[in-house]
Design a protein around this ligand. Structure first.
Ligand SMILES: [Zn+2]
Length: 67
C-alpha cells in the first residue's frame, strides 16, 4: 500500500514539538501518516506523546486496531 496522506499546510507528517519556554508552554503536534492529528500543550503531555509516537508506524489501524 502506498496511500499518500493529505498534507495539512505548515505541518509535515511526524512529531513536531515547539518548546517556547519549555516546561511552561510546550506544544506538540503529531500528524500521523494516516492523517490522524493530535496536539498536546502540557509538558507532561509532550513527554507522553513523544514516548508513544513511533515515526513511520501508524497505530491507527484501518480495522480499529488503535488501543
Ligand atoms: Zn495513524
Amino acid at each position: 500500500m502506498s496511500e499518500q496522506p493529505t498534507l495539512v499546510s505548515g505541518i509535515t507528517p511526524g512529531l513536531t514539538i515547539r518548546a517556547e519556554d519549555y516546561g511552561d508552554n510546550p506544544i506538540a503536534d503529531w500528524l500521523c501518516a494516516c492523517g490522524h492529528h493530535e496536539r498536546t500543550t502540557t509538558a507532561r503531555g509532550v513527554q507522553l506523546l513523544a514516548a508513544r509516537v513511533r515515526v513511520g508506524h501508524c497505530p491507527h489501524g484501518p480495522k480499529g486496531a488503535a488501543a
